[in-house]
Design a protein around this ligand. Structure first.
Ligand code: SF4
Ligand code: SF4
Length: 112
């Protein structure tokens, strides 16, 4: 028998494979095109343009994206007017699921 067969590794078993966000009915949804929206409180300060790590927010119209959004949330967190937000229900459900499932700190473990 291979030695590796006897190694017990703790964690979230069964391990979750590649995760696809799901809708209320459990059907996989594609959130790749989800992007933050901009409300009327925007003062056009352009801070979101400078903090977006993808350089995706249009400088001429900050409500528009010129590139992809990786859902990092930087523009939402940094906006001084709270003008950026997500409204996509599937994405918000996915975000909530992650917040609930991974709210507890995990200590690092070493396997030698
Ligand atoms: S950071 Fe907020 S207020 Fe400033 S331009 Fe962007 S959305 Fe508008
Ligand atoms: S969430 Fe991140 S990647 Fe998407 S537009 Fe905002 S700053 Fe850019």
């Amino acid at each position: 028998m291979d030695e590796l067969d006897n190694i017990q590794v703790e964690g979230n078993i069964p391990y979750r494979g590649y995760y696809m966000p799901k809708d209320e009915a459990g059907k996989a949804v594609d959130i790749r095109r989800v992007k933050p929206r901009t409300n009327q409180h925007c003062t056009d300060c352009k801070l979101c343009v400078s903090v977006c790590p993808m350089g995706s927010i249009n400088n001429e119209d900050v409500a528009m994206l010129k590139g992809i959004c990786i859902k990092c949330g930087a523009c939402i967190k940094k906006c001084p007017a709270n003008a950026k937000y997500y409204d996509n229900e599937d994405y918000l459900r996915h975000k909530h699921e992650l917040e609930v499932a991974f709210c507890h700190r995990k200590e690092p473990q070493l396997f030698i």
